[in-house]
Structure formats: C-alpha cells, structure tokens
Design a protein around this ligand. Structure first.
Ligand SMILES: [Zn+2]
Length: 93
C-alpha cells in the first residue's frame, strides 16, 4: 500500500485517496471549429509511461482536496507533491 503525502494532512494510507489519472492533460479548444479527433485524443489517449508520471489525487476521506504528485509507475516512489494548477516540477535525477 502506498503512503501518500497529502500537502494539507501529511502522509496517509492510499485507501484514503482516489487517483484522478494523469495530470496536465489539456482540453482542446473549441473556439474555432470542433475537432472530433482532438477531443477523442483528450478523452482516451494517455502517455502511460514506464517511469515517472504526473498524477492527480483526491484526498477523498481526508481534507477532500485535489493535488498533483510525481510517482514512478515501476517503483511507486513519490518524488514530488504540488498544488493543482502548478507546472510539473522536474523529476529528481
Ligand atoms: Zn488531505
């Protein structure tokens, strides 16, 4: 089980959280003509890396806030926690 460091509550067990998937997936603009291909890619295509991935997490059974973190998908090591809307930090070397 993961020990997830909530930026508001401190480290808590994974069962208190829900993963919201990959972070920084930009919604396509519909200011011009609607583009089905761009919207389908927004909905269904993810990078699914083997290594460090930025993810959104919701502390559902705690402070009920959302935040981002960097997690290694192989080792599950969490290397950074940062607020929603903040840019992705560079992973530690
Ligand atoms: Zn929390």
């Amino acid at each position: 089980m993961l020990l997830i460091p909530c930026p508001h509550c401190g480290p808590r067990e994974e069962r208190e959280f829900r993963c919201g998937g990959e972070s920084h997936v930009a919604r396509p603009s519909f200011a011009e003509a609607p583009n089905d291909e761009a919207f389908a890619e927004y909905l269904y295509v993810r990078t699914n890396p083997r290594g460090v991935q930025a993810e959104r997490w919701h502390h559902l059974y705690g402070c009920r806030r959302w935040f981002n973190l960097l997690r290694n998908t192989v080792t599950h090591e969490i290397t950074a926690v940062y607020p929603m809307g903040a840019p992705r930090p560079e992973p530690a070397p």
